[in-house]
Design a protein around this ligand. Structure first.
Ligand code: GLC
Ligand code: CA
Length: 582
């Protein structure tokens, strides 16, 4: 890898993810929109971004915030029109940025014309575009779903349709039926409608939703029982990375992507084995440019239910970073660096400290870490200003996400509203829920954080701390988190060989307070030392780490801490360089 740098544009690029509902409202209806995005492109470009990823803006009944698409070739009217999207594509390109869209093709909305036809009768030509199965019956005659599979949004992954007396599969909400990739005609329609339509308009590729779930094992067996309290069980062993997955992706490249020099980043949950991940991201066997492996964002999630928060210690995070930094070394694969997106709590709150005295330091320390990692770097809106999780005292009705709300209802019913259990549920949601990422972007200190001019406010509650944490305030402050990110992104570009492409090695991996790693490229070395605690920590580097020059730090200086044994202040991050032009 080091000898033979393959510097395609998407490797060195920095990607900025936009969640359209919550980025910027341009017309005072309380909901973000495409003209709002266009109005902020200069801000994004000046941050140092090379590519924008917009989460689904397609026509949708919004059961799952647009991940339930009812027409791939139309835009959700409150967000704008196809013409607005064409303007957005042009406006990105004019600024030298690429644009990728979300490709949501594991399922559609139940309001998609394809599904309406499919459900209309057993012999409709599109019947097999979705996954239909007859009921099972218990000994006492009770009708049961075809398998015990659980959906991601609680309850069964099967919905009964009385009209034809069959169940359809939905891995997510019941309004989101899974497409049947076994049907060639269905695949062709997906390529045309969801992909070619937008590639022909100039989009540069896709973030591919649930990319490893299209090929299900076709015997439809029950999942093993992981949680005895429930009938429905997690079943990813039956639908993630299924038998025809790689065949489908090769076909998608051959038929569509290769003709457009399109980049893809696939969402890859349930895949802990690096060998399996490499099968997707090898350059020669064109399947995906890169993926989001999930280990980093799964930290703290419960084993059987995502929202059963479990305590964890720093070596867990370090080992995950090491694993997904190193797995491409000596291969033709590529990796990504990310720790936030629209499905996750905010990184400062999850991985560092959002206490008032430490949150700015924490945000900068994490920025320093992320900007030093090998792979394509992804930032999620608001991460650059250090947005943090929603306040601890927000009640459940401030949470809007179907996943949060359904889980809360499920547990309330199951535990008969047990106060201790429900306090635990709320604590888990406050740490991990998707709502944390989905509240409005904080632009300034005017009402509703300058996100909307609507008198009644935005579609979702604005964070209580927006007067303190917002873009306008940070633009003017040279020491802000925002300006730290800008500087770091510039620094990453200046030293891209070692920072974006270098090899990775961590020191003192079992240390629960500090994270020290070294990046190498040619004769150049970068040593990054991070303190993940609110106390001073001592870092001792191996003897051979000599000649280090302090380059950047989140305290602005090295303090009195140089020399062999380095004392790091609370949540301090420092970057040293040796060799080359250091
Ligand atoms: C992905 C999306 C998530 C969505 C789900 C169903 O995980 O990131 O937001 O709910 O797929 O499309
Ligand atoms: Ca709007």
């Amino acid at each position: 890898m080091v000898d033979n740098l393959d510097r395609v544009w998407w490797k060195d690029g920095v990607v900025y993810q936009i969640y359209p509902a919550s980025f910027k409202d341009s017309n005072g209806d309380g909901l973000g929109d495409i003209p709002g995005i266009i109005s902020k492109l200069d801000y994004i470009r000046e941050l140092g971004v090379d590519m924008v990823w917009v989460s689904p803006m397609f026509e949708s009944p919004q059961v799952d915030m647009g991940y339930d698409v009812s027409n791939y070739e139309e835009v959700y009217p409150p967000y704008g029109t196809v013409k607005d999207m064409e303007d957005l594509i042009g406006a990105c390109h004019k600024r030298g940025m690429k644009l990728i869209l979300d490709l949501v093709i594991n399922h559609t909305s139940d309001q998609h014309a394809w599904f309406k036809e499919s459900r209309s009768s057993k012999n409709n030509p599109k019947r097999d575009w979705y996954i239909w199965k007859p009921p099972r019956y218990a000994e006492d005659g009770t009708r049961l779903p075809p398998t015990n599979w659980r959906s991601y949004f609680s309850g069964s992954a099967w919905e009964y349709d009385g009209h034809t007396d069959e169940y359809y599969l939905h891995l997510f909400a019941k309004e989101m039926p899974d497409l049947n990739w076994e049907s060639e005609e269905c695949r062709k329609a997906i390529y045309d409608s969801a992909m070619r339509f937008w590639l022909d308009k100039g989009v540069n590729g896709f973030r591919v939703d649930c990319v490893n779930m299209y090929s299900k094992s076709t015997d439809f067996l029950d999942a093993p029982i992981a949680d005895k309290r429930f009938y429905e069980q997690p079943a990813w062993c039956h639908y993630a990375n299924g038998p025809r997955m790689h065949e489908f992706l090769r076909e998608m490249n051959e038929k569509v992507l290769n003709r457009h020099d399109a980049v893809t980043v696939g969402e890859l949950p349930h895949t802990p084995d690096p060998k399996k991940v490499l099968d997707y991201v090898g350059r020669k066997d064109k399947q995906l440019s890169m993926v989001f492996q999930f280990d980093i964002v799964d930290i703290g999630q419960g084993g059987t239910h995502k929202y059963h928060f479990e305590e964890w210690k720093l070596p867990v995070l370090k080992k995950i970073v090491v694993k997904w930094q190193c797995f491409i070394e000596g291969t033709d694969g590529w990796t990504t660096a990310f720790c936030e997106n629209h499905d996750q709590g905010r990184s400062i709150s999850r991985f560092a400290s959002d206490a008032p005295e430490y949150r700015i330091l924490s945000g900068k320390m994490l920025s320093l870490m992320m900007c030093s990692l090998t792979g394509t770097l992804f930032i999620y809106q608001g991460q650059e200003i250090g947005m943090i999780n929603v306040p601890k005292d927000w009640p459940i009705d401030y949470y809007k996400d179907i996943e949060s709300v359904n889980f809360y209802k499920l547990m309330a019913a199951k535990t008969n509203n047990d106060p201790d259990e429900m306090a635990y549920v709320m604590r888990s949601l406050q740490t991990l829920s998707r709502d944390n990422a989905r509240i409005p972007m904080q632009w300034d200190d005017s009402p509703y954080a300058g996100f909307t001019e609507r008198k009644e406010g935005a579609w979702a509650h604005v964070h209580d701390l927006y007067p303190e944490i917002n873009v306008a305030k940070q633009l003017d402050d040279p020491n802000s988190t925002l300006n730290f990110w800008r500087d770091m992104l510039r620094f990453r570009k200046q030293h891209s060989e070692v920072l974006v492409h270098g090899t990775f090695e961590a020191y003192d991996i079992e240390n629960e307070k500090t994270f020290v790693f070294v990046k190498r490229f040619g004769g150049k070395r970068v040593v990054v030392a991070l303190n993940f605690s609110s106390e001073e920590q001592e870092v001792v580097l191996p003897e051979h780490e000599t000649g280090l020059k302090f380059m950047v730090g989140n305290y602005g200086n090295e303090g009195g801490g140089g020399g062999e044994r380095r004392r790091l202040r609370p949540w301090e991050g420092r970057l040293y360089m040796a060799g080359g032009d250091a």
